[in-house]
Structure formats: C-alpha cells, structure tokens
Design a protein around this ligand. Structure first.
Ligand code: TYD
Length: 142
C-alpha cells in the first residue's frame, strides 16, 4: 500500500509560520468540506469507516495523532506530527484515528459534502466492497 503524505510549503518569517492550501494545486481535489476534531478524549479511537467515493487530506494542525490506514490487504499506521504535513486518504480505505495528544486538532479537507450513504461503517462490508470493486478503487490517487 502506498501512503501519500504531502509536505506543504510553510511561509515562515520572523512573525511565524503560515501554510496556504489551494484546491487542485496543493490539494489534489476540489475542497467541498472542511471539518476538524479537537478536545478528543484520552484513549479515544474514532473513524472506523471507509468511504465509497470520498477523498480526504488529514492534517494535524496542532498536537499529534496517529492514523491507521487499511486497504483490506495491508494496514499501515501513519503518525501526524507536523502542521505542514497532510495525509491523503483515498476512497475505499478503512481508517481509524487514535493516540490524540490532549491539544490535538485534526483538520480534514474533503472532496464531497457530508453524505451518510457514502460511508461503509461495517468492516466485513468494507472487505466485501473491496472485493466487488477491485483494486483500482483502493489505490486511486495513491
Ligand atoms: P462521525 O462520523 O461519528 O465521526 P468519525 O466516524 O469520523 O469519528 O461524526 C460525528 C458526528 O458529526 C456525527 O453525528 C455526524 C456529524 N458530522 C457531520 O454532521 N458532518 C460531517 O462532515 C462529519 C464528518 C460529521
């Protein structure tokens, strides 16, 4: 499984750092939605789903967390520890987020509006989806 981590360009000067993200330039899709998680409780593990078509970039803009990626054949744990790093998560990819530091803010840029029908929340269903939709969808964009 290929893990795609983007390293964004920080525009730093004596005042501090600034990162700018533009769709189809720094981000490989149209950004239709942004959401973020913060004040995540100690020991919390969340996510536990895949998407049929949604693509995302996860950026831990403050603090740290870890992301488990699982394409149905292989699992990888990716630490997110820098505000200028983004993890690309393709469609048809099971994800779990965990090990949030108390100060963690995990921001997600998403290619689609919120749509519950795009979610696969059952792991066995996910494995079935991978089988019926082939490898191409699991590796798209990676
Ligand atoms: P949930 O899907 O449980 O988060 P995750 O699975 O990523 O840990 O989302 C928590 C709640 O927030 C749930 O009630 C749905 C709502 N929600 C929205 O309304 N819009 C969104 O874009 C997202 C991601 C969640």
């Amino acid at each position: 499984m290929l893990v795609t981590k983007y390293v964004f360009q920080p525009h730093g000067d004596e005042r501090g750092q600034l990162v700018a993200l533009e769709e189809h330039k720094d981000i490989p899709f149209e950004i239709k939605r942004v959401y973020y998680m913060y004040q995540t409780g100690e020991g919390v593990r969340r996510g536990y789903h895949a998407h049929k078509s949604l693509e995302q970039i996860l950026i831990c803009i403050h603090g740290t967390c870890k992301v488990l990626l699982d394409d149905g054949r292989e699992k990888k744990v990716v630490p997110l520890e820098k505000p200028y790093e983004g993890l690309y998560v393709s469609n048809a990819m099971w994800r779990e987020m965990f090990d949030f530091s108390p100060d963690a803010v995990l921001m997600v840029l998403a290619s689609e509006f919120y749509d519950e029908s795009d979610y696969i929340r059952n792991y066995d269903e996910f494995l079935e989806y991978i089988k019926t939709h082939g490898d191409s969808s699991a590796n798209e964009g990676a």
